[in-house]
Design a protein around this ligand. Structure first.
Ligand SMILES: [Zn+2]
Length: 488
């Protein structure tokens, strides 16, 4: 059995002041054929899963490129053409094939291409023909188009948010696709359009129980798999919104009915699945008064993982204004300030301007006398089994306030983003991180309390106020009951 794999992934915030080009892919993760590391990245877990199958001689594996750019702004047309052609040329060279498996994110939008992954799967289908099986793995924060469903035999999606199960989802995609090639199963994909866009963390109810039930359904053998696309509210896509995917073994009517049933249940969660979002000053006050340190405050909308710069200073300015003690903040993306810190050297004190550079809505730059407490070249943090690059990074101190500045944009995944820069988080009362919910997995075990602060900034966080230009379907919360009304 001859199998090809490739991974092209990013998440495009079409409202972001940033733009994305090939250098962003190189900076985050770019592995030409054969150069994928042993550890998986978020969207390339199919690589190690397939290598295991190749080692046991079950398959002959032909690896293509695997690449990922930190979520950002619109991908340039040339970058998308380059990446698409690179992978499709590799696919052509790998023929004949029994299967082609793609590790995708599913929210990539390029200048002139609204549905990059749909384009890729459609072109791949034309190359490999109908007999070859195509598997695709997606992030739930993506836009599921009809084109993707039509051209893939198997679709899997991370069930958890935070995406702690990305390895499992990659393995399931590989497993179902290979079983299809062997004729053991005949997957049929049913999709239900939930017609809503919301924030759906699975670390709390009601999503926790819902996801547990999906797993139970899979284990019971009634279906091959069930997945939820949450949608990505910062992407101007015609396919914006939540969708339910049910894959049955050749039983489309059963899949359709179950997808609808699960979808309407999910619709019932609208407006109550997201955690309590606090105003910035309320979050800081509650953290300051807490007697369960450290309190972790997530700056949920200045999340580089959602495609914004991650250089907002709004919360930080409040911390300085209120002279709060025992605070650490990570990270603020500012390669220029990092460069100045490296030039000054560890232990140096200097007047530094940092943060607040890329958007008019992310606060003013901070001007302060800082002490450089640590400098790390090519710093990293961990995210489950994967290693996430932060680029050259500096820890700076103002009073007893510690701040991590990084050169590669990245959201906060793990406390080692602080400890790798020598910051003693055990001594801190408040840790401020930029992340919507991915931080939760690794920070929850050490946090006395977790608070979510909603700070208005460049991220389009209220769909009712966002100017979507491509949306033609009615969605909640723009419409109260989109299952009855038609978009005018
Ligand atoms: Zn995601």
């Amino acid at each position: 059995m001859r199998v090809f794999c490739a991974s092209v992934a990013t998440e495009t915030n079409t409202f972001s002041p940033l733009r994305t080009d090939f250098s962003d892919f190189q900076q985050s993760f770019y592995a030409p054929p054969g150069r994928h590391p042993e550890t998986p990245t978020l969207c390339s877990a199919i690589f190690p899963a397939l290598r295991n199958r190749a080692v046991s001689s079950e398959i002959e594996l032909v690896e293509g490129t695997a690449t990922w750019a930190e979520p950002g702004g619109l991908v340039s047309a040339g970058t998308w053409q380059r990446l698409k052609n690179e992978v499709l040329d590799q696919l052509k060279a790998a023929l004949p094939l029994d299967a082609a498996i793609f590790g995708l994110h599913g929210a990539m939008i390029a200048d002139g291409s609204v549905d990059c992954e749909g384009e890729l799967l459609e072109a791949a289908r034309q190359i490999v023909g109908r007999q070859c099986r195509i598997g695709a793995s997606f992030d739930p924060h993506s836009h599921l188009s009809e084109k993707r469903v039509r051209n893939a035999d198997v679709i899997t999606v991370f069930k958890e948010f935070p995406h702690t199960d990305f390895v499992e989802a990659g393995e399931t995609c590989v497993d179902l696709t290979l079983r299809t090639v062997r004729g053991e199963i005949r997957p049929e994909t049913s999709v239900f359009d939930v017609r809503m866009i919301d924030v759906l963390p699975t670390s709390t109810q009601p999503m926790r129980g819902f996801i547990d039930r999906l797993r139970q359904l899979e284990r019971s053998g009634q279906i091959l798999s069930a997945s939820i696309i949450h949608g990505f509210m910062a992407g101007d896509s015609p396919d914006l919104g939540a969708k339910v995917i049910v894959t049955t073994d050749g039983d489309r009517p059963k899949g359709d009915a179950l997808a609808r049933e699960l979808g309407m249940e999910l619709f019932g969660f609208r407006g109550r699945a997201a955690p309590d979002f606090l105003a910035p000053l309320d979050a800081l006050k509650r953290a300051d008064e807490s007697n369960a340190p450290p309190v972790v405050i997530a700056d949920v909308w200045d999340n580089p993982g959602g495609g914004v710069a991650g250089d907002s200073t709004i919360l930080l300015q409040h911390v300085l204004d209120q002279n709060l003690k025992g605070v650490a903040l990570g990270t603020i993306w500012d390669p220029m300030a990092v460069r100045l810190c490296f030039a000054a050297g560890e232990g140096a004190e200097l007047d530094l301007r940092f943060g607040g550079k890329t958007s008019a809505h992310a606060g003013q730059p901070i001007d302060a006398k800082v002490k450089v407490t640590a400098l790390v070249e090519n710093a990293v943090q961990s995210f489950g089994a994967s290693v996430v690059p932060l680029g050259n990074s500096a820890a700076i101190r103002i009073g007893d306030l510690d701040i991590v500045l990084n050169s590669n944009r990245s959201q906060a995944f793990s406390p080692d983003l602080f400890t790798n820069l020598g910051i003693d988080i055990g001594a801190k009362r408040i840790l401020i991180v930029k992340s919507t919910n991915h931080f939760h997995g690794a920070f929850a075990p050490l946090a006395g309390e977790i608070l979510y602060a909603a700070v208005d900034g460049p991220y389009p966080n209220d769909p009712r106020r966002t100017d979507y230009t491509r949306l033609k379907r009615a969605l909640w919360p723009m419409v109260d009951n989109p299952h009855q009304e038609e978009f005018a």
